[in-house]
Design a protein around this ligand. Structure first.
Ligand SMILES: Cc1cc2nc3c(=O)[nH]c(=O)nc-3n(C[C@H](O)[C@H](O)[C@H](O)COP(=O)(O)OP(=O)(O)OC[C@H]3O[C@@H](n4cnc5c(N)ncnc54)[C@H](O)[C@@H]3O)c2cc1C
Length: 328
């Protein structure tokens, strides 16, 4: 096999926008194919909705709570993550369904750390525009700076943000508008004293769609709770102040589990684009010349596995398109 078949993107400059599991999965695969990959992420950390808040009362996962692995390729990847200590099984009291529940280690965001391999991530770099000129693409950032010279771009951000960034590239990206994403207000508590409501997880308690003793996950310290408001409640209260949402969610939680002990840490997080309500129904979208593509859970389903599969397949398609163009 020729060297160019093993590393078909050798020396090709690639920008990946978004350091969630979809973007980092694509980045790793493209780097393995020889590309010079740079990931740009608007926030200070990586993982996106695989998010862990470090608090004085222990770590709290405030985005995805757990994930499952159904397809062979993702199962194999998870098996490796488990061996490397980046994932573990979680069997909470109240678990439903037959699937093995999995969590990142030592927090959900830990799941993606092993994906940062062969490329760099630039944090606090929000991409505001992507433009093409003279056969290469230029990224513009929130602070007005630009970086030019990318031969491929992967956009791995939630649908509404992706739509804005790839609008100049026309079809097939018009389909992004088909995705609908739902918000989720999430309450995080670290308690002063041990607290056992008699379950580790429970769904659908009034306007709370999920309550978890977050500290029942493997390797977590402290006594921590997470409560997620339903989509309907989160939509209705989307623009409410954090203080009033905290008071509302605390009252709903106390109604479900009884009086709460004193708190060492108490905060809410508003996920504006939390869960996919309607997916596009494709694994990824790629321009006809194969040079710019989008990936993410919102193309497939509201699951970590779907985001991974979307990033993985987009990278494969970009490599295949390059091989085709080279006449391999
Ligand atoms: C509250 C909640 C509960 C969930 N529960 C579960 C669950 O139980 N099981 C499950 O399987 N899944 C669950 N999910 C869904 C799961 O988290 C997602 O499917 C998955 O993490 C999506 O990964 P992604 O890479 O597609 O997107 P994201 O994780 O959203 O990554 C996108 C990244 O892009 C960055 N970004 C956005 N715009 C820009 C920009 N302009 N420039 C640069 N960077 C940008 C973001 O900061 C983010 O880091 C949950 C999600 C939430 C929020």
């Amino acid at each position: 096999m020729a060297e160019s078949d093993l590393r078909p993107l050798e020396g090709v400059a690639v920008a990946v926008v978004g350091a969630g599991i979809a973007g980092l999965t694509a980045a790793r695969k493209l780097a393995k194919a020889g590309a010079i990959v740079q990931v740009f992420e608007k926030s200070r950390g990586i993982g996106g909705r695989l998010a862990t808040r470090r608090t004085e009362g222990g770590p709290i996962d405030h985005g995805a709570q757990y994930f499952t692995a159904r397809e062979p390729a993702f199962k194999a990847w998870v098996a490796r993550a488990k061996l490397e200590g980046a994932a573990a099984s979680w069997a909470p009291r109240g678990k439903d369904g037959e699937d093995d529940w999995l969590v990142g280690m030592p927090g959900m965001s830990g799941l993606v750390t092993a994906l940062v391999d062969g490329y760099k991530v630039a944090n606090e770099k929000r991409v505001t525009a992507i433009a093409e000129a003279d056969g290469a693409m230029t990224l513009t950032f929130e602070d007005g700076t630009t970086i030019a010279g990318f031969q491929r771009v992967v956009v791995a951000v939630p649908a509404p943000q992706a739509a804005t960034l790839v609008a100049p590239f026309g079809a097939p990206f018009e389909r992004i508008g088909e995705a609908v994403m739902a918000p989720c207000w999430t309450l995080m508590l670290a308690l002063d004293a041990p607290f056992d409501p008699g379950f580790d997880v429970v769904r659908d308690q009034g306007a709370l769609q999920w309550i978890a003793r977050a500290s029942s996950k493997p390797g977590r310290q402290g006594d921590t709770l997470v409560a997620q408001a339903s989509t309907a409640w989160s939509r209705e209260h989307l623009e409410d102040a954090a203080e009033s949402v905290t008071a509302d969610l605390l009252a709903m939680l106390a109604a479900a589990v009884g009086p709460l002990p004193a708190r060492r840490y108490e905060a809410v997080h508003r996920w504006r684009y939390a869960l996919v309500e309607k997916a596009v129904g494709e694994t990824f979208l790629l321009s006809s010349d194969g040079r710019i593509g989008v990936c993410g859970d919102w193309l497939v389903a509201p699951r970590v596995e779907s985001a991974w599969a979307s990033g993985d397949s987009l990278a494969d398609a970009m490599v295949a398109r390059t091989l085709q163009a080279a006449g391999a």
